[in-house]
Design a protein. Structure first.
Ligand code: SAM
Length: 297
């Protein structure tokens, strides 16, 4: 019997409460050995029923609405098929703020918070508080929005090749009150860009094409291919960015890119070949190389 039919039968066997629904989903996720079954169950049940966590805990005997039950079953089936909780709820936290995500945007990763930490630690010293920022491949807008939310005098231009991603990024910037300081443009890298910036940040696509199918199902099956695919050697975007960035940085400007764990050497070489001084390679919380910070002398 299909997962969906089993779930529907389990539900119709009894007048289910929201608490019983939570326990049933949690047990199904435990049985399937998901990494965080209790948390996943709570978030998906809350999403399906519209309850907050506090509401679910405070009133577990509340009768489950039939349509909410069907919605929950659908989410369970999709979770078991490999979609992440963030994809299913359409929201993911980044640097302590919730961001909308859609099928057209990469799901933000904690690793990318490394870039925020690097920038914030340099504001006031190398970077003026009113610095101008270019975010290349903004996706859901996490980098531009977070930097503007943390630095009240910064302004940014966020670009992406995907018009749908730009629409999501704009909504996220507005949601966090920084839309007035952020411009958006749909373009490929620097193709239609004029003007110079104090800082360029980018988490570009950097997975070698052949490696994409080896990634976790949450990634390979659900993140947009255009957000992942870095070409045959994973460096297509880095070559474009480092070869053209000097025309769009002010003297002394900084270029900060996220990299794959094994790309620090090759990306640093690309930076030097294109006239940049490499300030540092930065590790993420797991201790893997995660970013290269370069300076335009
Ligand atoms: C790895 S995702 C990063 C998204 C977001 N900045 C983040 O960190 O979650 C790469 C982004 O680059 C965009 N992109 C891919 N090719 C591009 C190009 N030629 N020009 C501009 N953006 C591009 C994708 O649409 C995607 O949003």
């Amino acid at each position: 019997m299909s997962e969906r039919r089993t779930l529907a039968r389990d539900r119709s066997d009894r007048q289910e409460t929201v608490g019983a629904l939570y326990r049933r989903v949690r047990d199904r996720f435990r049985q399937s050995r998901l990494t965080t079954p209790d948390l996943d169950a709570r978030r998906l049940v809350c999403h399906a029923t519209g309850l907050s966590t506090a509401g679910l805990v405070a009133d577990p005997d509340r009768q489950l609405d039939a349509e909410d039950g069907i919605r929950a079953d659908d989410l369970v089936v999709r979770r078991l098929a490999g979609e992440s909780v963030a994809r299913l709820t359409g929201e993911r936290d980044f640097w302590g703020r919730p961001f909308e995500i859609t099928a057209e945007t990469l799901e933000p990763r904690p690793d990318t918070e490394t870039l925020i930490e690097v920038v914030l630690s340099r504001v006031g010293a190398e970077l003026a508080p009113h610095a101008t920022v270019l975010d290349i491949g903004t996706g859901s807008g996490i980098l531009a929005t977070t930097l503007l939310a943390e630095c009240s005098r910064m302004t940014a231009l966020a670009i992406d090749i995907s018009p749908d991603a730009i629409a999501v990024a704009r909504r996220n910037a507005d949601r966090h009150g920084v839309g007035g300081r952020c411009r958006f443009a749909c373009m490929s890298y620097f193709d239609a860009l004029s003007g110079r910036f104090d800082l360029i940040v980018s988490n570009p696509p950097y997975i070698p094409t052949a490696d994409i199918e080896t990634l976790a199902p949450e990634v390979a099956g659900h993140d947009p291919r255009i957000a992942l695919d870095g070409g045959a050697d994973g460096h297509t975007a880095f070559r474009r960015i480092f070869s053209q960035a000097h025309s769009h940085l002010n003297p002394g400007g900084l270029l900060l890119v996220e990299i794959g764990f094994d790309q620090a050497g090759t990306v640093s070489d690309l930076a030097r070949t294109n006239g940049f001084a490499v300030r540092s390679t930065v590790k993420d919380l797991e201790g893997r190389d995660r970013a290269v910070l370069a300076l335009l002398p």
